[in-house]
Design a protein around this ligand. Sequence first.
Ligand code: ZN
Length: 133
Amino acid sequence: MDKIEHIGIAVKDIGRSNEIFKSLFDKPHYKIEEVLSEGVRTSFFQVGPNKIELLEATDPDSPIAKFIARKGEGIHHIAFAVSDIRSEMKRLEKEGFQLLNKEPKIGADNKLVAFVHPKTSNGVLVELCQERN
Ligand code: ZN
């Protein structure tokens, strides 16, 4: 794995949270993107070299809605950049990590993504991200 690509934060109301994080970072989000397959609306902030992704559920059955119902708002996942997502998925499976998807899927921000089940990574939901060409 390479660097941290972004940190994902689950929020109830992305409009309201965009204002909160704008005040916190002293700059606005630079884009909003809906990922229909995941039932989420996302917004992105650039803070120095780091990216923060806010996630709001657009579907009551989406993973983000379930997460907020269980744990409330807060840090949802840490995403790591990888150059070859398929080989990284294979490596992690061999190491005993449980992946939440068998094949990479198309995520926000023009990325191929896959998730590691938090029960096999000390409660941390890990996202792998590979840039799509
Ligand atoms: Zn993410």
